[in-house]
Design a protein around this ligand. Sequence first.
Ligand SMILES: C[S@@+](CC[C@H](N)C(=O)[O-])C[C@H]1O[C@@H](n2cnc3c(N)ncnc32)[C@H](O)[C@@H]1O
Length: 356
Amino acid sequence: MLSMPLSSSSSVEGLRSDHLSPPSWRFAASSGGASPSPESSTPAFHEPVMAKEVLTAFASCGSGVIVDATVGAGGHAAIILREKQGVTLLGLDRDREALQAAARVLKPFGKRAILVKDSFDHLSPVVRAHEPSKKVIGVLFDLGVSSMQIDRPERGFSYMRSGPLDMRMDRSNPLTAEQIVNSWPVEELERLFRLNGEVSLSRRISAAVVAARPLESTGELADVVARAVPARSRRRPGHPAKRVFQAIRRAVNEEDRMLSDGLEQAIELLDSGGRCVVLSYHSSEDRAVKAAFAHAASGGCTCPAGLPCVCGAVGVVRVITKGALKPQPDEVAANSRAASARLRIAERLDRARRSS
Ligand SMILES: C[S@@+](CC[C@H](N)C(=O)[O-])C[C@H]1O[C@@H](n2cnc3c(N)ncnc32)[C@H](O)[C@@H]1O
């Protein structure tokens, strides 16, 4: 039985995975009552990316709490719990179905796994509510969408398999892809595609989308984009709609704002020597992580590069990865979704020394 209802709209919802009876939980969580939602009939699977590198990143961290800010199907979380005996894992996700999958995977770890439905821009209150007394020795962000989300056309993330224009990770959010596609002015769409998706023919594509309104499915949107680009672009590897979909998804889920808020809170929460580990899958996301770590390392120093700091800024982390780590070729060969992964690590500096 559930200890706390998952349907609550409160900002913090929590449960321990050993409190779950997976099948009844799975169906109780659907808004329609006893019957499972269609997507819950698809087996949940997501291959954790750069798992060895993530474990190595946390190897120097002792006992305490590791926060998995994007627990997804619980792949990384299970590996961390298996390999690090002194660790309690606090896993967040804003996708109810992801948490259901994580609860099944993490059930064997009993009270060592705590799952919370929330988004990582609420990291600090979630940690305060669930693990106020233990040291936070690590925070993991594995950004973007999971295979479970992409592979289910009804979630509306896929340009390969048509579904409704949804793309919400948290289905209680009011903004959907449909609203952006069918009601944003052409200038805003163009800006979104250019800035959020680095789409090269953003003007042409946004005009084509507006001309084709109303669009009802991801399949229709993918076709409109494919028809809007010249034949030579269609012949390039990768679907021409990939970046357009990425841009819309990032806007629907407010991914840029969430990332900067989440990283700031993660760094603040870490105990001395604790590590923030981030996996990103898009160049602009990786740039944002690099910039956030550099800012935390310099303490926001504004002095000219190469000169001694006189502005009084105090750095709070050491950046462990000079450049982003990439997956090994054998991992990319086995899991094509790992191809674009970039991993960065920052370590919290000694708090006691800084305040003395
Ligand atoms: C790449 S998957 C994580 C997979 C996970 N590491 C595993 O091994 O199974 C990313 C997950 O992050 C979740 N997510 C994305 N943005 C989030 C946010 N701001 N707050 C909480 N969860 C988020 C998504 O719903 C998705 O389930």
